[in-house]
Design a protein around this ligand. Structure first.
Ligand code: FAD
Length: 419
């Protein structure tokens, strides 16, 4: 995946190794960018890789899919007058080298049993940290393979899945047990996990319920939800002309995937403009380069057999400079297409909450305090707590929760020892 070593070295040599590096400060997981680049320049690739991995066990993945333009690259001092350093290319090179050679010996004397529900970036991070602390970790994953959105959302052309296979190997070396195709909630309940002796449970189940458009025709055979489509695009027969509704990364990924699966005319429909899109500029540019078309300032009104009825919208700005989008009545027109993919965000599935007592939610998201849910001994983080965010944010939050879980188990053990 990474660029050649000549480019990496010249990029590293351009770095000013700032003392109060803004790139590091604006990285959600506070990657020690100057230190890593310094070590790399000195030929200490292994040491640099170790720092990256200890801080972020998924640094090889973040180096590929983080929104760098808002983080390290967007805050590089060199970018003020010229080209910013592409640290993520250096990070990718070092992290992949490090992962290739990394190996673990499982702990001999194991501590308490920990259950991790969900193997997205949040669950994987908790597993790495707690297994390295000597806990007996089991991951429960409802899909066949680990990775969450990294495996079943972000397409292969953006993120090669062999990195996740390597991550799985390392988890297994650490002694982590993985139960694939196992849904926690209705049959294996939270109570059952505690009964079987798990000391603490982590929920990192993400957001997998598509949000509805709430328009007529949404249940028709030509309409699909992006989060379902991206899981297994090859089983869909979308036809040649496809519309994607939405403007986040999920919409860009769906449009680009549809193009790769045989659609030759793919259009993104959005009720606002490019400047309002949630997708990164990079993703939008890539989509444009691949021939994805955009119908902006258009809102979907109804799905029909022939396609989609759209109404034009308009941005109006008041005297205070505040803008809002209004519909232009009477501008309705049919946009002909064979299939429509709806990609307007996701919410959590409530399978754990409805089948297990004691969880408080707000707008469907789990309520937590310092990582602990309203149920004793059950912790949570990632998208199921924050709503759709980023991979690096899920990892950063999970690091804090892993420490809270360790503290919780230690406290429980010291109370039990005192009795
Ligand atoms: P998830 O990754 O959603 O993982 C949750 C896991 O829990 C899943 O494997 C699921 O199967 C499992 N699970 C759910 N319920 C149960 C249950 N009851 N029992 C057992 N297992 C269960 N972020 C970026 O930083 N960069 C990007 O480029 C980017 N692109 C994206 C593209 C798409 C299409 C999507 C949908 C999101 C994207 N994101 C991106 C967001 C990012 O992927 C998420 O913020 C991140 O994956 C959240 O991690 P998580 O561990 O909380 O949840």
């Amino acid at each position: 995946m990474n660029k050649d070593s000549e480019f990496i070295l010249s990029e590293a040599n351009r770095c000013l190794l700032c003392k109060n590096a803004k790139c590091q400060m604006k990285c959600p997981i506070n990657t020690e960018i100057p230190e890593v680049i310094k070590l790399y320049r000195e030929g200490e690739v292994h040491k640099a890789g170790e720092i990256l991995f200890k801080n972020n066990p998924l640094s090889a993945i973040c180096s590929i899919i983080c929104p760098h333009e808002n983080q390290c690259k967007g805050n590089c001092i060199k970018g003020i007058k010229g080209e910013p350093i592409e640290f993520y290319e250096i990070e990718n090179y070092i992290s992949e080298e490090y992962l290739k050679n990394l190996s673990f010996e499982p702990e001999k004397k194991l501590k308490d049993r920990i259950a991790i529900v969900g193997s997205g970036p949040a669950g994987i991070t908790i597993a790495f940290i707690l297994a390295q602390k000597g806990y007996k970790v089991t991951i429960f994953e409802k899909n066949e393979k680990i990775g969450g959105v990294l495996r079943y959302g972000i397409p292969e052309f953006r993120l090669p899945k062999n990195i996740l296979d390597r991550i799985q190997e390392l988890l297994i070396q650490l002694g982590v047990k993985i139960r694939p195709s196992t849904l926690i909630g209705p049959v294996l309940t939270i109570d059952k996990l505690f009964e079987d002796g798990y000391k603490a449970i982590f929920i990192g189940t993400g957001v997998w319920n598509p949000r509805k458009l709430n328009i007529k025709g949404e249940s028709f055979g030509n309409a699909h939800y992006a989060i379902d489509y991206l899981k297994s695009p090859s089983v869909y027969n979308l036809g040649k002309k496809v519309v994607v509704i939405g403007a986040g990364n999920t919409a860009m990924d769906s449009a680009r995937t549809a193009k790769r699966h045989g659609a030759d005319d793919v259009t993104i429909v959005y009720r606002k403009g490019f400047e309002d899109m949630a997708a990164t500029k990079h993703e939008i540019e890539e989509a444009k380069e691949e021939g994805i078309k955009f119908e902006l300032y258009k809102a979907p009104l109804e799905i029909v057999d022939e396609g989609l009825i759209l109404r034009e919208t308009e941005k109006v700005v008041n005297e205070k400079g505040e803008s809002k989008i209004i519909d232009k009545e009477g501008s309705e027109a049919l946009y002909e297409c064979e299939s429509i993919i709806i990609a307007i965000s996701q919410a959590p599935k409530n399978v754990i909450v409805v089948n297990n007592a004691g969880f408080m939610t707000a707008n469907g998201l789990l309520v937590t305090h310092k990582g602990q849910t309203t149920r004793e001994g059950v912790f949570a983080s990632g998208d199921v707590v924050t709503g759709s965010k980023t991979v690096v944010q899920a990892i950063a939050d999970a690091k804090i929760v892993a420490e809270a879980m360790d503290e919780y188990c230690n406290k429980l053990n010291s109370i039990n020892n005192d009795i």
